[in-house]
Design a binder for this molecule. Structure first.
Ligand code: AKB
Length: 373
């Protein structure tokens, strides 16, 4: 958003603050006409608004995680192959490398990020780089760097260049004192993991930049995401992906959560479609900037029963991981997403039976392919 618009929005907000009888807030004009990093040039000079191009030019950070490749595929179908750039600090597989633009980007390197945004005339940024809940607890300082310091770079670059910014949040942004069944959009958020703390921080900072600088920040709180052709890395909900692979490979699965642990979950196609839909939603339809999205909610026991309808011989045993179990016990059991449904028409397609069927269709065809080769 050009900074001049950001300025008038801030000025309006200040006016409103005075009018509501609170203490007048004194902010110097200089501090609000410049981007958060106080770049020496006028920030609006860099910004390329979406209306200048037919399609947005999208950068996806952390692109080689569970969701990036799938999102790139969906966005490329919609906006054209060359308008969506996947990025990561890891080397892509040959398939990913040949499927569309891929670039090295390190979110901890501000200059590298800025160069990518400028050289590629980026207009939308999807920020997927993050350490998940269980792996974050095993490496708190790295999680703090990536999830918090990295986010600051992303926010500043986005404000400076007028980008539309999507940052996912999670069921993990809630904690033991939040209402758990169901968990509404607005309620107490006191997570007990560095992952959760960093995601509450992201929600609040994004919303702050929206109000302070006019940043077009959009955020969805994802449930545990279940995907067939990409693996989650180090989350608490990972068991719900692993069970399918182990069931097909060995007929046995060792679950690291108690059989009655209920968590909100979603099939990846629903998650990616929700992301595209909220990115495309007209600004005036968004009554908030951070939304819960929901699809289904199940326990390991319920998932096992559904999987056994396809593979009756599957044997599931339980070896509880105390770190993951404590995390899961502090998270929502059911998510209330009525605001997303009301504001921008969110509707999930997959419930548990369709999810299980689709996972087996995919994994079955993959393993038939592997045997044929
Ligand atoms: C995790 O388990 O850490 C993630 C999440 C629910 O955000 N999958």
């Amino acid at each position: 958003m050009p900074m001049i618009r950001a300025f008038s929005k801030v000025a309006k907000d200040l006016f409103r603050t005075k009018g509501c009888g609170c203490e007048p807030l004194i902010v110097s004009v200089r501090s609000i006409t410049f981007s958060p990093r106080q770049v020496t040039t006028d920030a609006s000079f860099h910004s390329v608004s979406f209306s200048e191009t037919d399609h947005p030019k999208v950068l996806i950070t952390g692109g080689l995680g569970q969701l990036g490749v799938g999102l790139a595929k969906l966005l490329r179908k919609r906006f054209g192959k060359n308008n969506v750039i996947l990025s990561d600090i890891r080397k892509p597989s040959s398939d990913v490398y040949h499927s569309g633009p891929f670039i090295y980007s390190d979110i901890l390197d501000y200059k590298n990020l800025r160069e990518i945004v400028v050289n590629n005339r980026i207009t939308w940024l999807v920020h997927y780089s993050a350490l998940l809940s269980a792996v974050g607890e095993a490496n708190v300082s790295l999680a703090r760097d990536v999830n918090i310091t990295g986010l600051h770079n992303i926010l500043d670059i986005s404000a400076e260049h007028g980008l539309r910014l999507f940052v996912p949040s999670t069921i993990g942004a809630f904690g033991p004192t939040s209402p758990r069944n169901p968990t509404p959009d607005l309620c107490i958020q006191r997570p007990r993991t560095i992952y959760g703390v960093s995601k509450v921080h992201a929600e609040l900072m994004g919303e702050y930049y929206h109000h302070r600088y006019g940043l077009d920040f959009r955020c969805l709180r994802y449930p545990g995401i279940i995907s067939a052709d990409s693996q989650p890395g180090g989350g608490t909900t990972d068991y719900a992906v692993q069970i399918f692979h182990d069931a097909v490979k060995s007929g046995k699965f060792v679950c690291n959560l108690r059989p009655d642990t209920r968590l909100p979950m979603m099939f990846i196609d629903d998650c990616l479609r929700a992301t595209l839909e909220v990115l495309e939603a007209p600004a005036e339809s968004l009554s908030m900037r951070t939304y819960n999205i929901n699809a289904m909610s199940f326990t390991p026991e319920e998932l096992t029963k559904e999987v056994q309808k396809q593979l009756p011989d599957l044997q599931v045993t339980y070896e509880i991981d105390p770190v993951r179990q404590a995390i899961a016990d502090s998270w929502p059991m059911n998510f209330d997403d009525h605001n997303a449904r009301k504001d921008w028409g969110w509707k999930h397609d997959y419930d548990l039976p369709e999810l299980v069927q689709t996972m087996f269709n995919f994994i079955g065809s993959e393993s038939r392919l592997a045997h044929a080769n």
